[in-house]
Design a protein around this ligand. Sequence first.
Ligand SMILES: NC(=O)c1ccc[n+]([C@@H]2O[C@H](COP(=O)([O-])OP(=O)(O)OC[C@H]3O[C@@H](n4cnc5c(N)ncnc54)[C@H](OP(=O)(O)O)[C@@H]3O)[C@@H](O)[C@H]2O)c1
Length: 216
Amino acid sequence: MDVVIAGAHGAIGRRLTRLLAARGDRVRGLLRNPDHVADVESDGGIPIVCDLESATLAEVATAIDGADAVVFAAGAGAGSGAARKLTVDRDGAILLAEAAQQAQVARYVIVSAVGAEDPPAGDEVFSVYLQAKAAADAAVMASALAWTVLRPGLLTDDAGTGSVRLDLDPYRGEVTRDDVAAVLDAVLHGQRAVGRVLYVNGGEHPVETALDDALR
Ligand SMILES: NC(=O)c1ccc[n+]([C@@H]2O[C@H](COP(=O)([O-])OP(=O)(O)OC[C@H]3O[C@@H](n4cnc5c(N)ncnc54)[C@H](OP(=O)(O)O)[C@@H]3O)[C@@H](O)[C@H]2O)c1
């Protein structure tokens, strides 16, 4: 499979690159800081410097040309203000979706967040973050893409367990970044999660079983 990950140097992006590369997929990793090129290469990815806050639609479309799927795993990050929630988490995700349609990349998987289903009003940073996630998800879901929206609970850097809880209705727990990457890997290598919103948390069922149960 040929996959492009936006946010390839992020904590989930790096884990997903390693998983996909290990199974023999071709992985292009979009990153914004040229200092991170060597890390993405060492993960098994093909680094492409592409700042989603300044790249044009044509540039992003060229970067993802020929891919089977794109993953939006970028984010402004915990230390950022409200403005970058809008320029990265909302506009970056939407730009990638537009580029996917232009480049005829059919599949789009977005890492959103629990709470995006009902974002709070107001201009407090976390509210804006969830508003940005909600707007990005809505744009992706309204597109002609074969989309999947993943909404994890609180992310941790604990070692993955390989077991998760997947819900179609909102559920707020915790989940390791390793396990989110494992769910992304599984979702990408099948069609059953197309057109679905999945809440992703730590749980008791192996990823494939959890997918079967949630999507039956
Ligand atoms: N923290 C939580 O508990 C939580 C819960 C649910 C969902 N999420 C979401 O899960 C996603 C992944 O989380 P994570 O922990 O892997 O995030 P992360 O480690 O902060 O990675 C985000 C990546 O996005 C990149 N990025 C930022 N601005 C960019 C731009 N303009 N162009 C291209 N790339 C850009 C960052 O690059 P730089 O290194 O250059 O900044 C970074 O590598 C995020 O969307 C996050 O909002 C988080």
